[in-house]
Design a protein around this ligand. Sequence first.
Ligand code: PDD
Length: 287
Amino acid sequence: MPRWAYVNGRYVRHRDAAVHVEDRGYQFADGVYEVCQVVGGHPVDERRHLDRLERSLSEIEIDMPMSRAAFSAIQRELVRRNRIRDGLVYMQVTRGVAPRDHVFPSASVRPALVMTAKSIDMGVGERVAKSGIAVITVPENRWPRVDIKSVGLLPNVLAREEAKRAGAREAWFVDRDGFVTEGAATNAWIVTMDGVIVTRPAEFGILRGITRTVVLEVAERLGLAVEERAFTPDEAKAAREAFITAATQIVMPVVRIDGETVANGEPGSVAIELRKHFFDVAEISIF
Ligand code: PDD
């Protein structure tokens, strides 16, 4: 079955999908993106993802290329054409195509929109979550505006590759004050020996993850104590539990940090509980 992508107004075969060589996303990483989970053929937390997309775009002064309803319709059509039950939708908006020049192009240049979708086997994530993952820590070297979901991801790419080479699945950035900010493509969490869930406030230094927002609400509903504050790698290594969150992982237990085992090296009960109850709070778009 052919895969389909959406490129600037047209549904095209995935293998033929292409953008112009002077797309500013390609030349300057002048654009933003979202990754949205699809479960049972339905987008998860679409409203929150579109809210964040709108915010990212407005922070870098790019207009929404179309209405939210139109975004939804394309997403729906891609899920349908690609016959996706469980998977991910990727959407990217750039400042458009123009002769290379750092300053913004004229207002007549329209933003460029690309969407792709792929199926994922949810069983794989479930199996990984049963044993948990390893993370490493790396020095924070990203720009301060990580609240914008920019396609400029070179530090994240290098950090993830370093993690992979170290036999880990994620890299946690550590800021100059010695505190964990977040993962290369995930938010970072620990559970203290007293059972308090700790994650960094989203005001500075991290992307406000949609999964993070949902998990905070899940924790509240379960009556679990939460503290939004920064933590160090040493605190994480001595914690009762650690885990990461993202649309691609939901809640994923962390059992090793820089080669040191967290607690007994098994996924923690809080992470398992939050993962189990995630869809009690996540919004599933029914169409
Ligand atoms: N990444 N922090 C960073 C740097 C991220 O790139 C992501 C998501 C998150 C978690 O956000 P959310 O819960 O909204 O997925 C945190 C996506 C999945 C990616 O780049 O593939």
